[in-house]
Design a protein around this ligand. Structure first.
Ligand SMILES: Cc1cc2nc3c(=O)[nH]c(=O)nc-3n(C[C@H](O)[C@H](O)[C@H](O)COP(=O)(O)OP(=O)(O)OC[C@H]3O[C@@H](n4cnc5c(N)ncnc54)[C@H](O)[C@@H]3O)c2cc1C
Length: 500
């Protein structure tokens, strides 16, 4: 007698090996499915890849390790802990904001230190901060427990007693800007509390006050660094996947998803055809829909994407400097020009910024392995509107702008000691990740693009096709990408098991 077709192990495919793809692969394998990850680039990690050059190791994308509980949650489900793979260091100070020459605001790791700092800048603000962070804690903890791990197919998923009774405390209908300004008057404190929402891809004016949970994450849970760099998390997740017999195929671009009887049945790739019982697509959603699927099988038409608010793109420089730069610490925010003006040139009238803010990560301050002795590893990042014209001349102009500002504010020369430099911008995001308009951070977390209102995690026409990553729920950033992979894997697994 032939074995029952329905009881055989299901073959699943994950497109993409960023945080969401590796997470999805681990959870599918844990549930007993055979998993193949198909990645177009030569190495895994997606936006969080790393490269080495001239003795430096550069993380290409994320550099802020926030929400350590999310990483613990992920590894715990495979009976592991982050420290089984990498050593975590809590940064102290967590970061500094540079408002002018000699005008540096360093944010300490300890809550007592943060309270003292606030009080020294604005009298009475420490007590207000305590209340502000207590509200953020409620939003963070309730959000993580009741909201973030939902597939967001329907608002009904959120209709439980805890969510409904706490709804007003989520402050979905007031803006982050209003919320911060209701508590604090000093412009520096306001900048310090508003900057984390930049990760969410919109201004504090557009972001619901729900996201003061980011302040709780940044100030109370702390800023951490995995020794060796953010790529260590990717290596750790990949090793979990491999231990579960996931097969990872790099240099394997998927060119199309073939659908028969409302099911994805094969993936055509540059390395051949893969048959499958289910797919989780974690490459940029717009690319998967518009390029890999026939029109009849897409969730959304092209016009849908044109109406969406995308998070910014960015201009990045990876720089090796043959000396130490005294005034830099690990995370440095050059906030010596107007945030509102720069933001308006990203969101309101998109163009190359006239007077940009920028961020400099200097991991060699914490980690001697990422630069040769006596040298600095720099990552310069300037946020820009997605879809801008990207040329070598423009990149070089802003390199000069950023390095000159660093020299002025750090009060030392840098340019003559630069021994390595590489840029990365809109065109690279498009060619490396098929990113719509070269976006860096996915879709903005505005109220109209939250939860059920985000591009759906499930394809409505192809029953065994799910999406994960920073363009669907729960949103942009490393922790949400990992969560997204878990949700998509749970849903695909449920679908496959229901058919047994
Ligand atoms: C410069 C930068 C700085 C950031 N800083 C931070 C930070 O400090 N902290 C933080 O939390 N977040 C940060 N982020 C955001 C975070 O990095 C992302 O949200 C996260 O890495 C997204 O993971 P993902 O798996 O959704 O997508 P990706 O990492 O883009 O992975 C998708 C993968 O799919 C592959 N792919 C696409 N199409 C195909 C195809 N047709 N066939 C095969 N493979 C395909 C791509 O090559 C890619 O590897 C930053 C992002 C950038 C770009």
């Amino acid at each position: 007698m032939l074995p029952r077709e329905t009881n055989r192990v299901k073959k699943t495919a994950v497109i993409g090996s960023g945080f969401s793809g590796l997470s999805a692969a681990c959870f599918l394998a844990k549930r007993g499915h055979k998993v193949t990850v198909l990645e177009k680039n030569a190495t895994t990690g997606g936006r969080a890849r790393a490269f080495g050059e001239c003795g430096f190791t550069f993380d290409m994308g994320p550099s802020w390790y926030w929400m350590p509980d999310t990483f613990e949650h992920f590894f715990a489900q495979f009976n592991k802990r982050p420290e089984d793979f990498y050593q975590l260091v809590r940064l102290d100070p967590g970061f500094q904001m540079i408002f002018g020459k000699g005008d540096f605001l360093q944010v300490p790791a300890s809550m007592d230190g943060i309270m003292e700092l606030f009080e020294s800048i604005e009298k009475g603000s420490a007590t207000k901060l305590k209340k502000f962070l207590a509200e953020g804690k409620f939003k963070y903890e309730t959000g993580m427990r009741e909201l973030v791990y939902k597939p967001a197919f329907s608002w009904l998923e959120f209709a439980n007693r805890k969510v409904i009774s706490g709804a007003a405390r989520f402050q979905l209908l007031s803006s982050m800007r209003r919320h911060v300004r209701d508590h604090f008057k000093n412009e520096r404190l306001i900048a310090l509390l508003e900057f984390p929402v930049l990760f969410l891809g919109a201004t504090a004016k557009e972001i619901p006050a729900l996201y003061s949970l980011m302040n709780y994450a940044a100030l109370s849970l702390g800023t951490w660094y995995p020794a060796g760099g953010m790529t260590e998390i990717i290596k750790a997740m990949e090793s979990v996947a491999l231990s579960l017999n996931v097969s990872v195929v790099t240099g394997c671009e998927v060119n199309s998803i073939y659908v028969r009887d409302k099911s994805a049945v094969t993936l055509t790739t540059v390395k051949g055809v893969y048959t499958t019982d289910g797919v989780i697509a974690t490459g940029d959603y717009h690319h998967t829909e518009q390029t890999l699927l026939e029109e009849a099988n897409r969730n959304y038409p092209k016009s849908y994407w044109d109406k969406k608010t995308f998070a910014p793109s960015c201009l990045i420089f990876y720089v090796g400097v043959n000396k130490k730069i005294k005034k830099l610490i690990h995370h440095n925010l050059f906030f010596d020009t107007s945030l509102d003006h720069h933001a308006s040139e990203i969101y309101t009238t998109p163009k190359w910024p006239t007077d940009p803010l920028f961020y400099v990560c200097c991991p060699s301050k914490t980690d001697s392995t990422v630069a040769p002795e006596g040298m600095e590893n720099l990552f310069l990042l300037m946020p820009i509107a997605p879809g801008l014209e990207d040329t070598e001349a423009i990149r070089e102009h802003y390199f000069q702008v950023m390095i000159s500002r660093m020299e002025l504010l750090c009060e030392e020369s840098i340019m003559p000691d630069i021994i390595y430099k590489k840029s990365y911008c809109v065109n690279d995001f498009v060619s490396d990740y098929h990113a719509f308009k070269g976006n860096a951070y996915g879709l903005a977390n505005t109220l109209r693009q939250t939860a059920v209102l985000k591009p759906k995690l499930r394809n409505k026409k192809v029953k065994n096709l799910f999406y994960a990553g920073h363009l669907t729920v729960p949103g942009p950033g490393v922790p949400p990408a990992i969560i997204s992979g878990e949700i998509a894997a749970t849903q695909l697994s449920k679908y496959l098991n229901d058919r047994r």
